[in-house]
Design a binder for this molecule. Structure first.
Ligand SMILES: Nc1ncnc2c1ncn2[C@@H]1O[C@H](COP(=O)(O)OP(=O)(O)OP(=O)(O)O)[C@@H](O)[C@H]1O
Ligand SMILES: [Mg+2]
Length: 534
């Protein structure tokens, strides 16, 4: 690949190497780039250089401009000002096709796969192997299977992507970039749906491609992952770069300080336990698919109680959430809310006082062309209307209150939700669950993609809702989050609850052991390998 960095003087000067390891030539470079969307200045005077054989992390608050910069680097967004140098002369107009040709692949924050095609077809999309001009299905399957095996992912090549869970779809996206032989891979929050084991696997893959000279741009809110993986870290705030530094000189603390512009520790607010005799608000016995071997799930949740649900990917946490909410029809087990069965549709569950924040924000999520206010209030217009007329004053007031509570950063509640950054969309979705003051709130990964500052807001909000009497179920892949928030922790494995642990100085390792099935009753029993991979 010919790098024509001489187009601008001084641009190609190699950075002092952070670790003495061969961080190489700049593959993409932006110089003084600016981008605005209407009145919103998403990027201001941004200069960065993405070098071969290195991981370059972008961190910053929701709306700081990370995704926009990623899209500029990938050629998916054209800056208003400043050149983007992609291994060639300044490309003012470079549509995505040119960026791909130059070897830049973007794995977007919201995934873009073709649901009707199989895993193998999605991985090979755009460069299907051909025999005499025709796509060879056998070769396509073989090559894709090899790529899956090399990565060590547990993906079925023939399954339609539409049937995959979010984490699995994310894995397919990553493999697609690898299949394209991309020179630069931009990963916008690739680990938000992954569990600890998957994040480690992804880390191994990233290190592998980087060893081959690929540059990885890694956008993440998980500062531990960033510190473990990155060679260089760029901190962004309000569309500008605060600093670009070698990763080894940074700590979580120093990064949080740079991100927020002030020092803060990520601590969970102290817990107030519900009283022992608080009434049971939600109960279910033998909830499951009613297969012969399936004993189903039995649980009780008290008013004011925060129940954490931990478990590995595929352990059945999200299925539990969806079945409780009737988004997935259970074959057995009646869900009882405040003494009354909730019925058999999400609408009935919702009207009874149950709310679900889904794992996949696109699925049950937001109406993209509509405003924040509309998204928050559309499901509740009945409640917000008087004599058939929507009470606009009340609607606006409620939307503004929720935006403040959740720390949604947007110019006004009237802007369309698709103009918000990913993390801010997540907060609006959360707000949608709160409008009706649900009796029970089920939160599936409530802080996915949310920045450090806003995480703290959400934690306090969860605790406040519990103190006001709501029963809350929190599902999270971040075990620290479950431990920090929950009064009691359920651990799931293979679709069943394998442990019910009161959270009194509960150790992370105890939860992990239960999740992996290492907690054996018989002293000589072997851990079940199949479960560990589940
Ligand atoms: N298409 C668009 N139209 C209008 N505004 C936009 C558009 N895309 C992004 N913005 C705005 O640009 C700013 C930067 O957004 P960006 O998505 O880059 O943030 P981010 O750092 O990726 O945040 P997050 O951590 O939440 O993903 C935000 O204020 C956002 O609302
Ligand atoms: Mg983003």
């Amino acid at each position: 690949m010919v790098l024509l960095m001489s187009a601008r003087q001084g641009v190609a000067e190699p950075l002092p190497d952070s670790e003495g390891r061969g961080v190489g030539d700049p593959l993409i470079e932006v110089v003084g780039v600016a981008k605005h969307f209407g009145g919103v200045q998403a990027l201001k005077d941004i200069s960065v250089s993405i070098r071969s054989g290195s991981v370059h992390a972008l961190v910053g608050e929701n709306g700081a401009g990370k995704s926009t910069l990623g899209r500029v680097l990938a050629g998916a967004v054209r800056p208003n000002h400043g050149p983007v140098l992609i291994g060639g002369p300044p490309a003012r107009h470079h549509p995505p096709r040119d960026a791909i040709r130059a070897g830049v692949a973007l794995i977007a924050q919201e995934l873009e796969l073709v649901p009707g095609l199989t895993v193998a077809q999605n991985i090979m999309l755009g460069h299907e192997p051909r025999t005499r001009g025709l796509v060879s299905r056998a070769k396509l399957r073989e090559q894709a299977s090899q790529i899956i095996a090399d990565a060590g992912f547990d993906l079925a090549a023939d399954l339609p992507v539409g049937e995959l869970k979010v984490a699995e779809r994310q894995q397919v996206e990553i493999l697609r970039a690898i299949a394209r032989n991309a020179r630069v891979i931009i990963m916008d929050e690739p680990t938000t749906a992954l569990t600890v084991t998957e994040v480690e696997k992804l880390g191994a893959i990233i290190r592998n491609v980087v060893r081959d000279g690929v540059a990885v741009v890694y956008v993440s809110h998980n500062l531990k992952d960033v510190l473990a993986l990155a060679d260089t870290i760029t901190v962004m705030r309000n569309g500008s770069i605060v600093k670009t530094t070698p990763a080894h000189g940074e700590t979580e603390h120093s990064l949080v300080e740079a991100i927020l512009g002030r020092a803060t520790d990520v601590v969970f607010p102290p817990q107030k336990r519900p009283s022992q005799d608080a009434p049971v608000v939600l109960s279910v016995t033998g909830l499951g698919h009613s297969r012969a071997h399936d004993r189903g799930i039995t649980l009780e949740l008290r008013r004011g109680e925060i129940l954490g649900v931990a478990g590995l990917l595929g352990s059945g946490r999200s299925t539990l959430a969806r079945m409780l909410f009737q988004a997935e029809r259970p074959g057995s087990g009646e869900v009882i809310l405040d003494g009354t069965p909730i019925g058999h549709s999400p609408r009935k569950a919702f009207n009874a006082g149950l709310a679900l924040l889904p794992e996949d924000r696109r699925e049950l999520g937001l109406i993209m062309g509509r405003s924040i206010t509309e998204n928050l209030t559309l499901p509740h217009l009945g409640q917000l209307s008087r004599a058939g007329l929507v009470d606009r004053g009340r609607t606006a007031q409620m939307a503004e209150q929720l935006m403040t509570d959740l720390g949604v950063s947007a110019p006004s509640p009237r802007v369309a939700v698709d103009t918000l950054s990913g993390g801010n969309q997540q907060k609006v979705l959360f707000g949608k669950c709160l409008v009706r003051h649900p009796k029970v709130l089920i939160l599936d990964e409530p802080t996915r993609g949310v920045d450090v500052g806003a995480k703290l807001n959400i934690y306090s909000l969860i605790q406040r809702l519990a103190q006001e009497g709501a029963g809350i179920i929190v599902i999270s892949s971040e075990i620290e989050e479950v431990l920090g928030l929950a009064h009691r922790v359920l651990v799931m494995r293979g679709g069943e609850v394998v442990a019910d642990l009161p959270n009194e100085r509960l150790e992370l390792s105890t939860v992990m052991q239960a999740a992996f099935g290492l907690e054996t009753r018989e002293p000589h029993a072997q851990p079940d390998q199949a479960q560990v991979i589940a």
